[in-house]
Write a protein that binds this ligand. Structure first.
Ligand code: ZN
Length: 579
């Protein structure tokens, strides 16, 4: 069967073969070519995403009429004078003839859901999308164009790896493209990679995995070594779904899997959130319902144990409940890029009253099943590393951060220790202490120990009226100091874990009042109060320059345990740039 081909200047609709009958590789259903083209190459029977050529891909991703090919020079070279059963230049000529493309990548300027960007889109039909000197050069030039024009960069990958016919010159393209992406990191310009099937070898091990956000199509396969090579080497059968997008998402290497029809909207939205604009302070809070309590005398005295019991109520809103009520355009981002996607910490990007921001929070769930899946809100090291990755994303994109704390503690388990729980938490404390963007934390339920503080080193720390913050669970404290876990209520009182006590201790700046009956009785009212409070704090922090922000945050934590009065706090100028 013949694939539709087109050169620059023509933009055929998303299509595979034009009119013939095509059988699906996965389910073997026979589909009329025109129907397949209308469905963006998705099998109507099983949903399999058929590979798309670069121009079909652009027609799918770009706003209509927005594609302008970049005028980039990259000559096909034959650095090794390579010959197998035919000379390499002859192979290039044949690939050009059959695809209508100059090389295995097409570079252009485009808009996605209204956001302008530079894109480099690979085409597997051109010698297996292999990474040649010219392909590496074109991708690097596209990145340099994005840098010069201060635009985000989208890379769409489809490749078998480095082109063997160019030997080590092909191999060097991995380093070259990785450097090009790092220049965009240094400039704070967003990069998104879209992984399509298949993406292997030197492309997987360079630019495909270096985007700020890595998106994949359902079922797309990505890996360093091909499955056949691995199976032959280890002489074992590979697990089901090995190297698929779903397999990679579970292991923390992808941010999200997006169905083909939603790609333009969702990637465009991400690029818009990541595109730096001149700092515009958030608009004043609408409605005027904003009241937090800053004077402990205005809060009723209560038994700390009562607060502990309320904070643990599983009917209280969780982080995902709050995010769904306070944000517009929330996109959850997954994974620590190091082997895990902890379900007890969630995070992503969104907008709060028009202001783009990064959000991170512990997630418990409500039902037994959810609680079990989320490990009762007890994160492992992968959770803290996912948080660190999102914090760095906020620093790069210049976005403020909101963290929501609700955990009985970091997970005490063998694997958590093996994977470096202490290291992961420690690194977050250091990272948050120097993050060059505003950070606001709200303790929404249980704030327990280093597992809470690991995402709570903020410029402003607020607490919901019925939440608690403590160094250890009252039961744990009672077992150690009273030698009787039943003494937990006494321990809670002694530890001063309730909101009023925390305000007196200066550990929180303000208390967010809850609706009658508590947050658990009225999620919407609790979320409205939290949203207004966060909005006001972010507006207040928006005017500070980076070094002052970091100096004040460090001074905020420097004073705990110090005999200096708060007005004697020393603001130490920061060198910056250490995140
Ligand atoms: Zn199918």
């Amino acid at each position: 069967m013949s694939e539709m081909t087109a050169g620059p200047g023509e933009l055929p609709g998303p299509a595979g073969p034009e009119a013939s009958w095509v059988s699906c590789k996965r389910c073997q259903a026979v589909v009329y070519g025109k129907r397949l083209a209308r469905s963006n190459g998705i099998c109507p029977q099983c949903g399999h995403c058929r590979p798309l050529g670069a121009w079909d891909r652009l027609a799918l991703l770009a706003d209509p009429g927005s594609v302008e090919p970049l005028d980039l020079a990259a000559d096909a070279a034959d650095p090794l004078r390579f010959v197998d059963d035919k000379p390499y230049p002859q192979r290039i000529a044949e690939a050009r003839q059959s695809t209508g493309l100059v090389e295995a990548v097409v570079c252009c300027r485009l808009r996605m859901a209204g956001t302008p960007a530079i894109a480099a889109v690979m085409d597997f039909r051109f010698m297996g999308g292999s990474l040649s000197g010219a392909v590496g050069e074109l991708i690097t030039c596209a990145a340099e164009t994005a840098l010069a024009q201060r635009l985000p960069l989208l890379l769409v990958t489809a490749s078998g790896g480095v082109r063997m016919q160019e030997g080590v010159i092909g191999l060097m393209q991995m380093a070259k493209t990785a450097q090009a992406l790092h220049q965009l990191d240094e400039a704070g310009l967003p990069t998104v990679c879209l992984v399509t099937d298949p993406t292997y070898g030197g492309v997987a091990a360079s630019f495909a995995m270096l985007g700020d956000v890595v998106v994949a199509e359902p079922g797309a396969r990505l890996g360093f070594a091909g499955p056949r090579v691995i199976a032959q080497t280890i002489k074992q059968e590979l697990p089901a779904g090995f190297q698929t997008a779903e397999f990679l998402l579970d292991r923390g290497f992808l941010d999200l899997i997006c169905p083909r029809p939603a790609l333009r909207h969702r990637i465009g939205r991400l690029l818009a959130i990541g595109t730096r604009r001149d700092a515009v302070p958030p608009a004043p809070v609408e409605g005027g319902a904003y009241t937090v309590v800053r004077d402990p005398g205005l809060l009723p005295e209560r038994r700390a144990w009562e607060a502990v019991r309320r904070a643990r109520n599983v009917a209280r809103p969780t982080t995902s409940d709050y995010l769904s009520m306070i944000l517009d355009d929330f996109e959850e981002l997954h994974g620590d890029r190091a082997g895990g996607d902890c379900p007890a910490i969630i995070g992503g990007v969104g907008r709060l009253g028009g202001t783009p921001l990064v959000v991170i929070g512990h997630e418990k769930g409500h039902t037994t099943r959810e609680l079990d899946r989320r490990n009762y809100g007890m994160p492992g090291p992968a959770g803290y590393r996912k948080a660190a990755r999102l914090l760095r994303l906020a620093a790069k994109w210049g976005l403020p951060v909101l963290t929501l704390v609700d955990t009985p503690g970091a997970y005490p388990g063998v694997d958590a220790e093996e994977q470096g729980q202490a290291t992961a938490i420690a690194e977050n404390l250091r990272l948050m202490g120097s993050l060059p963007v505003p950070v606001v934390t709200v303790i929404t339920g249980e704030g327990c120990s280093g597992g809470a503080l690991g995402i709570a080193v903020a410029d402003r720390v607020l607490i919901m009226e019925n939440a608690v913050y403590t160094v250890i669970s009252p039961e744990g404290c009672a077992a150690i100091l009273w030698r009787d876990a039943a003494a937990a209520p006494t321990a809670a009182q002694a530890l001063r874990v309730d909101a009023r006590s925390l305000l007196e201790l200066g550990v929180v700046e303000a208390v967010i009042p809850e609706p009658p009956g508590g947050a658990e009785a009225d999620h919407a009212a609790a979320a409205a109060a939290l949203r207004a409070a966060v909005h006001a704090e972010l507006a207040d922090l928006a005017g500070l320059d980076q070094s002052r922000l970091v100096a004040q945050r460090r001074a905020r934590f420097r004073r705990f345990g110090s005999s200096r009065r708060p007005d004697e706090a020393v603001l130490i100028p920061t060198e910056g740039g250490s995140w």
